[in-house]
Design a protein around this ligand. Structure first.
Ligand code: NAP
Ligand code: MG
Length: 490
């Protein structure tokens, strides 16, 4: 029974709100026991395999291929054949048709994909359903529109496809990152070999089904699964013309070293440590929602997460107390429950990394706050966390945690806010909250970040380019800019 509080003179009200379970029907997804690599439109029986699990329950979901260099080679050959034998030559409006088809099929099968994404990756199903899937389909729709208009996108420059693109993506937005990679590559007339992250291969493998359903010519899209070794084999393969990588800064640097001196084109989308800056004239309740969305969305597994909160000193107390209060209402638990706000941490390895950095925050002297929350016994979980009393030199203010952990710093003047916001090796994104339009523009000019959100956070649209400065990488994805890395010009 719900406990009821009876304040004198007021109507009885429950002291806490319990939500009834609202689980997604898991049976919309049919899993195979074992998956191979998708090469030349066929399933290739893998030589080696590993198990992929659900991070919320640790149950095994399927056996997945661990592609060897020979298997990667087969995939690259298939992509080369498809490129040489038709894909690059067919009328661009035909290429567009395939992309439109893929977009529509993703919309039609969105529930199936959303459930699978949450099952394999741990993110709340309401996020897969309302963010990952709509944005993935939107990306294909958007780039389908460009396929036959490349000459208008780059007038007088005679754009031509690059050839075979090797694409390597991380585990935080598995299908969405696939869409960001495959849609522009195909629109420009390239063929691809894509490697999903080791822990989240399942939606990429289900996507192969979409590719067949759309009757895309065999070999235009090839998917090889496996860990970093498979990625390494793709990077060093002689017949790959371009590498597109999204992942950690360390691996990005290693790839850049590897490719130095070769003719391969490269784009890197790497990490971030974004500042979310709240001025004293901001609408505080709205800002609190933006802060929560900025750092707790997708368990904080977001490269552009607003992981450093910069608060103007005069509003520090009310803002932090509102934020803490809001945190107590976040529901942590089963990703397949539609009421869940914070799902499972993607892997044991990622949980260890978060725990290690959080411990360093305590050791260095920051003050930790976590709302009380019960989490399931099995699986990988981490409560939403706020650190106050953080100095800029602390590791939790410098390093990317990639978890639901916020570090709060303060400032007095706009100049100080800019100094502190830019005091990082990264430069992917930032947020500004203020009532004054002129201040937004003033800040946006000075913040060294690829994206600056104003009075909102984590907003995405396929027409808007995304990418970093400094150690957050180079190259842009999305928008007309996102076509350029997949083209050569005469
Ligand atoms: P990661 O370890 O760098 O992995 C990214 C991808 O590269 C995975 O598919 C990974 O395989 C593969 N890989 C690992 N070692 C490789 C190597 N030596 N050569 C080629 N490929 C290799 O990063 P992660 O831990 O999956 O993802 C988290 C990081 O990605 C964070 O730092 C985050 O900021 C960044 N990220 C950036 C963006 C952006 O758009 N800027 C978006 C999302 C994530 P395994 O899965 O086997 O490791
Ligand atoms: Mg990794």
């Amino acid at each position: 029974m719900t406990e009821v509080e009876r304040k004198r003179g007021a109507a009885p009200a429950p002291t806490s709100w319990e939500y009834a379970p609202a689980p997604e029907a898991r049976d919309i997804v049919t899993l195979r026991e074992r998956y191979g690599h998708f090469v030349g439109g066929e399933w290739l029986e893998p030589k080696e395999t590993y198990a992929t699990i659900s991070p919320a329950s640790e149950e095994q979901l399927a056996e997945i291929g661990q592609a060897t260099p020979e298997e990667v080679d087969l995939a690259v050959r298939a992509a080369r054949d498809a490129f040489d034998n038709g894909w690059a030559q067919i009328p661009p409006s035909e290429r567009a048709k395939y992309l439109f088809r893929i977009a529509r099929i993703l919309q039609e099968r969105s529930r199936e994909f959303a459930v699978l994404e949450s099952l394999n990756g741990g993110k709340p199903s309401k996020e897969s359903r309302d963010v990952d899937l709509p944005l993935s389909a939107a990306h294909f729709f958007y780039y389908a529109g460009w396929a036959d208009k490349l000459e208008y996108a780059f007038p007088n420059r005679t754009p031509r496809p690059v050839g075979v693109a090797g694409q390597i993506i991380p585990w935080n937005f598995p299908l969405l990152m696939l869409a960001w990679k495959i849609a522009p590559a195909l629109a420009c007339g390239n063929t691809v070999v894509l490697k999903p992250a080791e822990t989240t291969p399942l939606t990429a493998l289900l996507f192969c089904d979409v590719v067949r359903q759309a009757e895309l010519p065999p070999g235009v899209v090839n998917i090889v699964t496996g860990d970093g070794r498979t990625g390494g084999a793709l990077v060093t393969h002689e017949d790959v013309d371009k590498i597109a990588f999204t992942g950690s800064t360390d691996v990005g640097k290693a790839i850049q070293r590897e490719l130095a001196g070769t003719a391969k084109k490269l784009t890197l989308e790497l990490g971030g440590k974004a500042a979310n800056v709240i001025f004293d004239d901001a609408a505080l309740d709205q800002a609190v929602e933006g802060i929560v969305n900025g750092i707790y969305f997708n368990q904080g597994h977001v490269c552009c997460a607003g992981s450093r909160l910069l608060v103007q000193e005069s509003i520090y107390e009310p803002l932090i107390s509102k934020l803490k209060r809001r945190l107590t209402t976040l529901r942590v638990g089963d990703p397949l429950d539609k009421n869940t706000d914070i799902g499972a941490i993607n892997s044991r390895q990622q949980l260890d990394k978060i725990e290690e950095l959080v411990q360093s925050g305590r050791d260095e002297g920051a003050e930790i706050y976590q709302p009380p929350c019960r989490v399931p016994e099995k699986g990988y979980w981490f409560a939403p966390t706020v650190f106050t009393n953080v100095a800029q030199s602390y590791r939790i203010a410098q390093e990317e945690i990639f978890g639901p952990v916020l570090s709060v710093l303060t400032f007095r003047t706009p100049d100080e806010a800019v100094e502190k916001a830019n005091n990082t090796m990264y430069g992917l994104s930032a947020g500004v909250w203020t009532e004054k339009g002129s201040r937004i523009l003033w800040m946006a000019e000075r913040l060294r970040a690829g994206v600056v959100w104003a009075n909102t956070y984590n907003r995405f649209d396929p027409s808007s380019p995304f990418g970093g400065y400094r150690e957050s990488g180079f190259g842009r994805e999305g928008g007309r800019h996102g076509l350029e890395p997949y083209l050569e010009f005469e």
